[in-house]
Design a protein around this ligand. Structure first.
Ligand code: CTP
Length: 413
């Protein structure tokens, strides 16, 4: 009998697990998207209490939230679910973060001026937890001087804004005012929670991702199969633990929320960006599949078929980036994608590159390596240790690598 295909093992508790989020929902046509936000927060393991303005209840039924969160939404200031006398104070005290999504123009005004005449603004005024708002309104309302003044006032007070995004609005016009997508809102929540309490808060982590393109002529290049997914997943995991993350990427993937992306293409550009950013970094994670060779002399014009008959391209060797950057405090993590003698090759490279950790993966395995969302790696360290991990999502591989990094950072203190 065939064994069932094995999926990735469940990862360690994620960044939302056990965190108490108060989700404030206000009156906007985008209120229905708050249902997906609540659902994603709950799936991530958060405890979600929903507070709604009366206008929000016109757009979406409290029952939707009750069903998803298994908790009674707070909708009426004068009848707060009967749990306790000062419901808003209790709710505000319990919150690890208050998220208001969608936040209408009127809600931004109430928050800016400290009004407390509905359950959402009342809780926001009573909480000391970080407040994150995701505005949604028509572009004219968002651009109005009053709204912009309210935004500036709130930002100055430490309220963080997720969006609004630009695009097609409910009015049919194009402009800024769209609620950012639920997945992005949840990423903002993770990033903000990470900065509050994450074990990498205050650290700078540089991550490289993707494969280089080395120009042969203006239209052709030498490249490799790296998708950049593992590097992006490490960057997101580092962000969720509070790090300031700089992602140097060759990959055409969307920039992760809260991560500074420096787009590069060739080895030369990658090297320059790494050299510059590691000066202030605590950690360098080289997940990029770096080109070892480049055409010695790229052609200035497109090579024409038949012009040269058979073609020989001379290649020059590129410098080893990770081996050539160092600083006393920099922790270096290398990746080794191998097709044979995985652990021997990885251990040899760990030494040669002066890295503290080496993440080795066999790219011939079908569920690991390029393009897929899972990976099966062994983490080697410079003391001879080898930790063989089960099949994990690339994000969870990032988490396990960062567990080791956090340990090294603690030891170095
Ligand atoms: N690396 C680097 N600079 C290079 C080549 C690789 O910084 N010029 C980094 C990669 O980002 C990775 C690690 O070194 O973290 C190992 O990369 P890999 O390509 O496996 O190693 P190489 O040194 O290129 O060895 P080989 O090609 O012989 O396997």
């Amino acid at each position: 009998m065939n064994a069932p295909p094995s999926g990735p093992t469940t990862g360690p508790a994620g960044p939302l697990a056990g965190r108490h989020i108060v989700l404030g929902v206000t009156g906007s046509i985008a209120a229905y998207k708050a249902v997906e936000v609540a659902s994603r927060l709950v799936q991530g393991g958060a405890i979600v209490d929903v507070a709604m303005t009366r206008a929000a209840t016109e757009f979406i039924a409290p029952l939707s939230f009750r069903s998803l969160t298994a908790r009674e939404p707070y909708t009426d200031m004068f009848r707060p679910n009967g749990e306790f006398g000062e419901a808003h104070v209790e709710l505000a005290r319990r919150a690890d973060l208050m998220l208001i999504a969608p936040a209408s123009a009127s809600m931004l005004a109430r928050l800016a001026h400290g009004l407390a005449d509905d359950f959402v603004s009342l809780t926001a005024l009573a909480t000391v937890a970080p407040v994150l708002v995701a505005p949604a309104m028509d572009a004219q309302m968002w651009e109005h001087a009053a709204t912009q003044a309210n935004r500036a006032m709130l930002e100055q007070r430490g309220v963080e804004f997720a969006g609004p995004a630009s695009g097609r609005l409910a009015s049919g016009r194009m402009g800024a005012g769209r609620l950012v997508e639920p997945t992005a809102i949840v990423d903002h929540v993770k990033a903000r929670l990470g900065r509050e309490r994450g074990d990498l808060a205050g650290r700078t982590v540089v991550v490289t991702a993707g494969g280089n393109r080395e120009a042969i002529d203006p239209v052709r290049f030498i490249g490799n199969h790296s998708s950049g997914k593992q590097g992006y997943a490490v960057a997101e995991a580092a962000r969720d633990r509070g790090a300031k993350v700089i992602l140097i990427s060759t990959a055409p993937l969307p920039a992760p929320v809260g991560v500074r992306v420096i787009p590069v293409s060739s080895h030369r550009e990658l090297f320059a960006a790494v050299r510059e950013t590691v000066l202030d970094a605590d950690v360098l994670i080289m997940a990029a599949a770096v080109a070892d060779y480049r055409p010695a002399q790229p052609f200035e014009r497109k090579i024409k078929r038949g012009e040269a008959g058979d073609l020989t391209i001379e290649l020059h060797q590129n410098e080893d980036i990770i081996a050539s950057v160092s600083s006393p405090r920099l922790i270096k993590v290398a990746f080794a994608a191998e097709t044979d003698d995985l652990l021997d090759n990885a251990a040899r490279k760990l030494k040669a590159k002066g890295a503290q950790l080496m993440v080795a993966n066999d790219v011939t395995a079908p569920d690991a390596g390029f393009a897929v969302d899972t990976n099966r790696v062994t983490i080697l360290d410079d003391r001879g240790g080898a930790d063989e991990l089960p099949l994990l999502s690339k994000y969870d591989v990032g988490v396990r690598v960062l567990d080791r990094v956090a340990e090294l950072l603690r030891e170095a203190r």
